[in-house]
Design a protein around this ligand. Structure first.
Ligand code: HT7
Ligand code: ZN
Length: 880
């Protein structure tokens, strides 16, 4: 496979003005007729180079140019392309191809999910449907006719508005027309026996939009939350960004077999059913929240992605980073802003920082790729969103909104670049963002080292910040980034200190500042500082960096109690926990007696007693750093030792805080019993704190607590409480109760694949129950199928990403298992194999013995006779 490079980008030689497609769907194949109205790209001259169309796994049955039928001598065709010589600058091209959706296990292009036909065209799936210029800068209008058997496929959908439909014998047809020009990756077709819920939305200009969610009949009672979320985010986009919806109908279809979360096809979003279907009895709070955010994400793409799209796939973060930022702000407005920020920062620091520190590190705008599907990464999405967030911080909300308005106005209907986005921000702010753009071109997580000095006599306070960034593949040396560091100063009583920041743009006294770093080493001086302050740094996680300041445990406990920034209160608790756990790691390493510092228990007790903190934030603060995050902080990850230390500290906390935790649990559980379940912020916070309390109490191995857990499992009327109880049992020593609960659960929900996913995950992720043998057994369960990505994630993904002690078993059995599954999956679904292998790609992080075991598996995979392009690229980079 060859490398595609950003520097080689060239405009398309030909354009497609109109695309007319007819799909004839049958049980063992489909015919696709394409009529393309094309022209030589006028920007490139009058000569007529050969026309090269993309096409993969297509059987060409017919080809005609300007109605002249072409024979094999008139064109060349290979496994990926079809080329021919146009004779005029404007011409039409007709083709018919035969494809086999029923045998398409890669879930890219047109495929079958159960009894339903559906498509996934981003990034390059359209070329598996018909010969085309399958690149995002070729934008065309689409008219699509779908023909299928009426009884099996009563619903026939495509993008845009329905313009005609009819019946002929047992077959029927529907024609859809999308008036907005779009690249092929936004194309979609669906045919199936679907039911729908319908609602409507009146836009800010008084237009009526029909909203429809299509699902398989048994899921019709699980659509309301997605519908509510859709209406909320449509209003939010109007109010916050001035963006109005632009078709008469907006449709969502839920499918069971889907490689990612959802897809923003114009007017016809296709969703993984796990990201759209919910009801209280089967879905947890986390699922309800995920649905709200993904529905919003896909809807927001209608502007940030569809109306203004990407010129090429190197610009993927242009739409994904901006849209993640938008959906994250939406969720923050709908729920607790602080908790949302904590969740986002935790995710970034656990997953994206690891990616940025490993062999697959790449900039937000990668310079090259072999297989673009491999670049739907945490860096493109989450770090890309942080880059947009930093622009928001640097410009301020009003100018950022002006920049966004200008971007949409300038580029509506165009395919553009990240530079165009930043240029709009420059135009409205007058700022020169040239240096800022290093965030798009340099990979790696910057590290900030902060020291300070207080001059009591002159009431001066100096902060010195050094920034550096580790080398990443292909980038040995990094230039300084522009980094906004939001901060405040606390006095001895915990009060916010006001002061003047010297040389700041506006020299006004305040108590919340944004320091803008742009050099390797910088000093910032505050004047009129009345006492020695304690700095609260990187408030709200204002930049995706690692910040080191040498806080004592007392200072962290003080920040945890007094900081006015909720995010930094939580951050202080995390840092305190990390320090305490690392101390225990050291004791275990040196075989010293384990002594857990009491500071954490005292601080947590104060948090639990603080009536001014909401329960959601309390829950976040007492939630412990995950094992994955702790390992991410270590120079060389020691899984078993860190797990032991972490568990020892958790047990110590449970013992010390047993009384308040028990009281809290009892109060919240009683309250839950009296309250009708709603997936709303306040209740979600209560349930999360209740679950957190129960998970600590479980460690005490007390019969009364086991009994309370069983009672919660049996009596709760919602999945959030049931699953948290089940998880506590599975991870406890009460294995007979755990087994009984698992059996009961599986009997009750055998018919519901999404609930069974939760059943699989809770076991595979458990270091108590999820031994490899058990995980292999789960894969034999009738509800498991390796062809279904949700099942693969629920079992293999949960085991390798959340059951680290078992996955990293010292005999290497976890690595052998993962390699086996990767090999099996690669023959079926390359996007999934290249994704599920991720834990093995981090091999350099572990001990030499583990490294050798992991590397051996990677090399064995590399030696397989037939590898997909996706997996080939990942292995090449990982072993380079
Ligand atoms: N833009 C969508 C990306 C996507 C995708 C990419 C590759 C393979 C399968 C896929 N399904 C969806 C999703 C999004 O970011 O909104
Ligand atoms: Zn997206």
């Amino acid at each position: 496979p060859k490398l595609i490079r950003l520097v080689d980008y060239q405009q398309p030689d030909y354009l497609i003005d109109e695309t007319h497609l007819t799909f004839e769907l049958y049980e063992d194949y489909a015919l696709v007729h394409a009529h393309l109205v094309m022209q030589r790209n006028p920007a490139l001259g009058c000569d007529l180079p050969r026309l090269v169309l993309d096409g993969v796994e297509l059987q060409l049955l017919h080809l005609a140019m300007d109605d002249q039928v072409l024979t094999a001598a008139d064109y060349q065709v290979d496994a990926e392309q079809l080329s021919l010589q146009p004779l005029r600058p404007s011409f039409t091209l007709d083709s018919t191809v035969r494809i086999e959706p029923q045998n398409n296990t890669a879930l890219e292009g047109l495929y079958k999910s159960g009894e339903m036909f559906c498509t996934q065209c981003e990034a390059q799936g359209f070329r598996k449907i018909t010969y085309y210029l399958d690149r995002p800068d070729v934008m065309s209008s689409f008219t699509t006719t779908v023909i299928a058997e009426k009884q099996r496929y009563p619903i026939l959908l495509s993008n845009g508005n329905l313009i005609e439909e009819g019946v002929e014998d047992k077959r029927h047809w529907a024609t859809w027309q999308d008036p907005h020009k779009k690249p092929a990756y936004l194309f979609a077709v669906v045919a199936g026996d679907l039911w729908s819920v319908e609602d409507s939305f009146t836009t800010m200009n008084g237009r009526e939009v029909t909203l429809r969610i299509f699902v398989e009949p048994e899921n019709i009672d699980k659509c309301q939350h997605a519908m509510n979320s859709l209406k909320k985010c449509m209003r939010w986009d109007e109010e916050q960004y001035g963006r109005e919806y632009d078709l008469d109908i907006f449709m969502i279809v839920a499918v069971n077999d889907f490689n990612m979360g959802a897809m923003e096809n114009k007017g016809l979003n296709i969703f993984n059913s796990s990201c759209v279907l919910a009801k209280p009895e089967t879905s947890t709070d986390a699922i309800f929240q995920r649905i709200e955010s993904i529905v919003a994400h896909e809807y927001f793409h209608n502007w940030s992605g569809n109306r203004v799209t990407c010129r090429d796939w190197f610009q993927l973060s242009l739409k994904e980073g901006f849209t993640v930022f938008r959906d994250s702000e939406f969720s923050a407005d709908m729920n607790s802003r602080t908790v949302k920020r904590i969740e986002d920062a935790t995710f970034l620091r656990t997953h994206q920082f690891a990616e940025d520190a490993g062999p697959l590190a790449h900039p937000v705008r990668p310079p090259e790729y072999m297989e673009i599907s491999n670049f739907y990464t945490w860096t493109i999405y989450e770090k890309g969103a942080e880059v947009v967030r930093m622009l928001h911080t640097l410009l301020g909300p009003e100018r950022f909104r002006q920049g966004s308005d200008l971007y949409f106005e300038r580029h509506d209907g165009q395919a553009v670049t990240c530079d165009d986005f930043v240029a709009a921000m420059e135009s409205v702010s007058g700022m020169d963002l040239t240096q800022f753009k290093r965030w798009y071109s340099q990979a790696g997580t910057p590290v900030l080292r902060v020291t300070d000095e207080y001059d009591a006599e002159r009431q001066l306070y100096h902060i010195d910040i050094a920034q550096s960034c580790p080398a990443t593949p292909g980038q040995a040396n990094k230039q300084p980034f522009v980094i906004p560091v939001a901060m405040g100063l606390l006095g001895a009583e915990g009060q916010a200190l006001s002061a003047r920041l010297q040389d700041a743009e506006q020299c006004v006294t305040q108590d919340n500042w944004v320091l803008t770093l742009n050099q390797a080493q910088q000093r910032f001086t505050f004047t009129e500082v009345s006492e020695r302050p304690l700095p609260s740094l990187l408030r709200g996680f204002s930049a995706p960096v690692k910040l080191h300041y040498d806080y004592s445990r007392e200072q962290l406990a003080f920040l945890l109690q007094h900081d006015s920034d909720g995010f930094n209160r939580w951050e202080a608790a995390q840092q305190l926990a990390v320090q305490v756990i690392e101390e225990v790691c050291e004791q275990l390493r040196t075989h010293a007696p384990v002594q857990v510092d009491g500071c954490l228990a005292q601080s947590f007790a104060a948090v639990l007693n603080n009536p001014h903190l909401d329960t959601a934030l309390q829950a976040e603060i007492i939630s412990f750093p995950s094992l994955a995050y702790l390992l991410e902080l270590q120079e060389q990850a020691d899984v078993q030792l860190t797990d032991k230390a972490r568990e020892a500290v958790r047990l110590y906390l449970a013992e010390q805080l047993a009384e308040p935790l028990q009281a809290l649990y009892n109060r919240l559980r009683e309250q839950a019993k009296q309250t009708q379940y709603r997936p709303e912020a306040e209740q979600i916070g209560n349930r999360r704190l209740q679950a957190m309390a129960l998970s600590y109490l479980t460690l005490l191995q007390r019969d009364d607590i086991v009994a309370a857990t069983v009672a919660q499992f049996e009596q709760a009327d919602n999945m959030t409480e049931r699953l948290s109880a089940l998880s506590c049992l599975v991870n406890s020593t009460a294995q007979s109760q755990a087994q009984a609960a698992l059996v009961q659960f599986a009997e009750e929900f055998a018919h519901d694949p999404l609930v069974m996913d939760q059943w699989f995950s809770v076991q595979a992720a458990s270091s108590v129950l999820g031994e490899l043998a058990h995980v292999r057994q789960l894969m034999q369960h009738p509800s498991f199928s390796i062809k279904n990505p949700n099942k693969v994630r629920a079992v293999i993904g949960a085991f390798t990403q959340h059951n680290l002690p078992q996955f990293h078993a010292e005999d290497g059995s976890g690595y052998v298992f993962l390699a086996e599954q990767v090999a099996a999956l690669d023959a079926l679904n390359p996007q999934m194999s290249a994704r599920i292998i991720t834990p093995l790609t981090r091999w350099q992080r572990y001990t030499p013995a583990q490294q050798a075991l992991m590397r051996a598996q990677l090399e064995q995979l590399q030696a397989l006779p037939k590898l997909s392009k996706d997996l080939y690229e990942v292995l090449e980079r990982t072993l380079a």
